[in-house]
Design a protein around this ligand. Structure first.
Ligand SMILES: CC(C)(COP(=O)(O)OP(=O)(O)OC[C@H]1O[C@@H](n2cnc3c(N)ncnc32)[C@H](O)[C@@H]1OP(=O)(O)O)[C@@H](O)C(=O)NCCC(=O)NCCS
Length: 152
């Protein structure tokens, strides 16, 4: 039997922002969504994406933080700096809005994601297993969720 991919399972249990990008990310001033494009065979192709949602920061009265969602770079375009540029764009957006920090969650098997965010200066803030999915699924994947933060 194949093991369930924990990253896939985690993505499936998160709110489906991705199905309504204009409605969710582009209709609120504290949210935004970006795509990276490159011309391939004369056609523009999406090579990466990231979204930000501004949320109230309970540890910082009156301030917000930016939660990063859906950071992904096309597998054929990795390690060429697209992720860094997307992350910088998202961080600049959060700075402009005077958010206190950036925050995101990765699952423990997402080693590239973790290395990437550590390189960007994120630090581990919390480890948990609060997947919104049945306990048997969590047991099968043995994954944990790592919450990472960066003050900006
Ligand atoms: C994580 C991800 C977005 C990185 O995108 P990318 O465009 O390849 O990243 P960059 O080229 O900008 O890399 C910047 C730096 O991050 C680090 N990094 C990126 N990928 C890495 C990997 N696979 N292993 C180790 N370090 C890595 C390196 O320090 C890299 O600098 P270098 O190439 O000069 O060594 C991409 O691998 C991805 O889409 N992964 C699948 C989805 C995912 O895990 N998303 C993040 C968690 S939600």
């Amino acid at each position: 039997m194949e093991r369930i991919n924990p990253a896939f399972m985690y993505a499936m249990t998160r709110p489906l922002h991705i199905t309504d990008i204009p409605g969710y990310f582009l209709s609120h001033p504290d949210n935004c969504f970006w795509v990276a494009e490159a011309e391939m065979d004369g056609q523009p192709k999406v090579t990466g994406m990231v979204g930000v949602e501004g949320k109230n920061d309970p540890q910082s009265e009156g301030k917000k933080y930016g939660e990063l969602y859906r950071m992904i770079v096309s597998s054929t375009c990795r390690r060429s700096g697209i992720g860094l540029r997307l992350a910088k764009t998202a961080e600049d957006f959060c700075k402009e809005r005077c958010f206190s920090k950036n925050r995101l969650a990765v699952t423990s098997p997402q080693k590239a994601g973790m290395a990437f965010y550590i390189r960007l200066g994120f630090k581990l803030a919390l480890v948990h297993t609060q997947f919104e999915s049945p306990k048997w699924m969590i047991w099968l994947t043995r994954a944990t969720i790592l919450v990472m933060e960066k003050n900006i």
